[in-house]
Design a protein around this ligand. Structure first.
Ligand SMILES: Cc1cc2nc3c(=O)[nH]c(=O)nc-3n(C[C@H](O)[C@H](O)[C@H](O)COP(=O)(O)OP(=O)(O)OC[C@H]3O[C@@H](n4cnc5c(N)ncnc54)[C@H](O)[C@@H]3O)c2cc1C
Length: 594
């Protein structure tokens, strides 16, 4: 069995002590009253729901999976009841606008809620996670009527939101999609096409579904500039807003998958289904990106959640399982062997997992505070800078959160040896569940291209230079701190490499069309390791200041941070070398030779 206790101590540390969320949120209109007490109460309530209700359904949901019969999807036993409790707790609308029934709480807080929910039950968490993206897109782009009729039920969680982008021939390249939208002449459109891989496309936990569907209008230009977004409900609404006649859409089948088996993945057929344009015609992809950016951060968080879950299970096992003796003499002479946690190799696996997971959590919370600032700060320049930081960090958190989520889950499985491979221990489920996070919401290869091909170029490098300036200013302010040198110096070195690599990449791309693509994944990892190192500098500062407080948490924090600095961050040197190798060895071989 896996074990999970919500890491509330670490979450509070990141939120209050490291990020000083209260100070930032206090400057934002609407968040003046969101103090540490409010945030802690929300986190504690969520922890109870996750530990008592959602986590016990994680393994059973995986074993049972979703069932498809007569066009209907049945979620695993216990899911409907758990979802009802989730709705009653108001968890779906935590950050949504109060005028539509939301609680108007900060994104930074919601991010930690999402992590706990996903750790407890990643399949369950995807259902409300998708609805949140739909809420965001409709809030930003919907007409007043669309908002009034659909938002309250999505925010309460009574209705499910989905995103219908992918078609069999159009995955990463959505410009190829063929679903059609023909005007009905009454302001509505007839949507026809087949979407595949649609998460939560059909199920039994909600009274209605609100699909956001990408389709082409008759006069649409070719490619991604000719895509529009439509709101297509499963049940058309009566005048009083209740679900009425069935719309012309149906789930054709569901996928049989490697993991996340309790999260249904549907083929959705739209057969002249009635829909309404959301936002401007032909600007649907940009509109969908409002949703996708939120979802990308959310998926990054799913990766982190699985790393946390795997770590907790592996750490508990390593303290219990006895095999072999410690190299420096028996640790438990009373036993036939020592617990495997005495072995350096096992410890290194656990410390790698923990040092990366904690830094990713810190980066995620910091980035979501930037989301809050970008939405609400009274000064436009401050909002823009925060928005820049969010844009820069989105592909990094998505790809690094999920790549490490997968790697850490595997490393933690290894800690259990053969028992990790056996289903009853549950850790093999984590490895299977987390794998999709590297693929959906834009594969991690596409995230890396987004970083090097788009984000670095925006405003002549404004995002990158803005972030570097902030980090350099922070590190410069710590120059006299000898006690922090072991944290500051390696990050200065990594930042120097990152800056030089960025410059190299710009120059190489001017001469070689494949330079960016060949370097992108290594560059993203180099960037992520540096940003995580920066988080460790911040965490170490707090931990050093509190070291004498008598709370052993701070000593542990420093130990974990020291492992990151000495055993993880140095990987930037290898990444620097490999990305600078250029595209030649990658592109030289003829296609036929593969
Ligand atoms: C379980 C599951 C749930 C999903 N949920 C949803 C959902 O709710 N809604 C939805 O619309 N979609 C959903 N998807 C679809 C998912 O987003 C796509 O699978 C994903 O975007 C990749 O598309 P693809 O599978 O067609 O792969 P492809 O686009 O064919 O890519 C194959 C490989 O080629 C690489 N590649 C492609 N183009 C490039 C390029 N230009 N440069 C470099 N490398 C490239 C990719 O990185 C990848 O490694 C889901 C998929 C799954 C499996």
């Amino acid at each position: 069995m896996t074990t999970y206790a919500a890491p509330l101590r670490d979450m509070r540390f990141v939120l209050h002590e490291m990020c000083k969320a209260g100070d930032t949120l206090g400057t934002l209109p609407g968040f003046e009253d969101v103090g540490a007490d409010v945030m802690d109460a929300v986190l504690e309530e969520c922890a109870k729901l996750c530990e008592d209700v959602l986590f016990p359904l994680n393994q059973t949901g995986d074993r049972e999976g979703c069932k498809f019969e007569g066009g209907k999807v049945t979620t695993p036993k216990g899911f409907r009841e758990a979802y009802r409790q989730y709705v009653e707790g108001g968890w779906c609308g935590l950050t949504a606008k109060p005028e539509f029934g939301g609680q108007g709480l900060p994104e930074a807080l919601d991010y930690l809620v999402a992590e706990m929910v996903a750790s407890a039950n990643v399949s369950f968490g995807l259902y409300p996670g998708l609805t949140q993206g739909t809420i965001l897109a409709l809030t930003a782009l919907g007409t007043d009527e669309q908002k009034t009729r659909y938002l309250p039920k999505l925010i309460s969680g009574e209705w499910q939101g989905t995103m219908c982008l992918t078609e069999s021939h159009a995955g990463s390249d959505l410009g190829l999609l063929r679903t059609k939208a023909l005007p009905n002449g009454d302001g509505s459109y007839a949507i026809t096409g087949t979407k595949i891989f649609i998460s939560a496309g059909e199920h039994d936990m909600t009274d209605n579904h609100v699909h956001l569907v990408l389709a082409r209008l008759p006069d649409a230009p070719e490619g991604s500039r000719g895509i529009s977004m439509f709101l297509v409900p499963k049940f058309l609404l009566n005048d009083d807003g209740t679900p009425g006649a069935r719309n012309a859409l149906a789930c054709g089948s569901i996928e049989h998958k490697m993991g996340m088996k309790a999260s249904v993945t549907c083929v959705m057929n739209f057969d002249s289904a009635k829909g309404w344009l959301v936002g401007e015609a032909h600007k649907g992809l940009a509109g969908m990106f409002i949703m996708m950016n939120k979802e990308r951060m959310f998926v990054g968080c799913q990766g982190i959640s699985q790393a946390e879950l795997a770590y907790q299970s592996a750490a508990a096992y390593a303290k219990d399982r006895i095999q072999g003796r410690a190299a420096d003499g028996p640790a438990r002479p009373d036993k036939a062997a020592d617990p495997i946690i005495v072995h350096p190799d096992v410890r290194a696996k656990l410390l790698f997992s923990r040092s990366v997971t904690e830094a990713l959590r810190a980066l995620g919370v910091w980035a979501h505070l930037q989301v809050d600032v970008s939405h609400k700060h009274p000064d436009a320049a401050v909002r823009q800078h925060a928005d820049d930081m969010v844009g820069l960090m989105t592909p990094i958190l998505k790809a690094a959160g999920t790549d490490y989520g997968s790697e850490i889950s595997n490393v933690c499985l290894q800690v259990l040896g053969g028992h990790g491979y056996i289903a009853e221990h549950g850790i093999e489920q984590i490895v299977r569940d987390v794998r999709i996070t590297q693929i959906y919401e834009g594969t991690n290869g596409i995230q890396a291209l987004d970083l090097v091909g788009r984000k670095l170029g925006i405003g002549n490098g404004r995002l990158f230079t803005g972030w570097v300036k902030d980090v350099e200013a922070e590190l410069a302010g710590l120059q006299g701190r000898n006690d922090l040198r072991e944290f500051v110096a390696p990050v200065e070195e990594a930042l120097g490499r990152l800056k030089a690599a960025t410059q190299w990449l710009t120059e190489a791309a001017a001469k070689d069309a494949n330079a960016r693509g060949a370097a992108a994944t290594d560059y993203l990892r180099l960037f992520a390791l540096t940003a995580l190192g920066w988080m460790w500098v911040r965490m170490a500062q707090v931990a050093l200041a509190k070291q004498g407080s008598g709370d052993p948490y701070y000593d542990t924090k420093l130990n974990v941070g020291r492992f990151y600095m000495t055993r993880v961050l140095p990987q930037v040197a290898a990444l620097d070398a490999t990305l600078r190798a250029g595209s030649q060895s990658t592109m030289a071989m003829a296609e036929a030779a593969f």
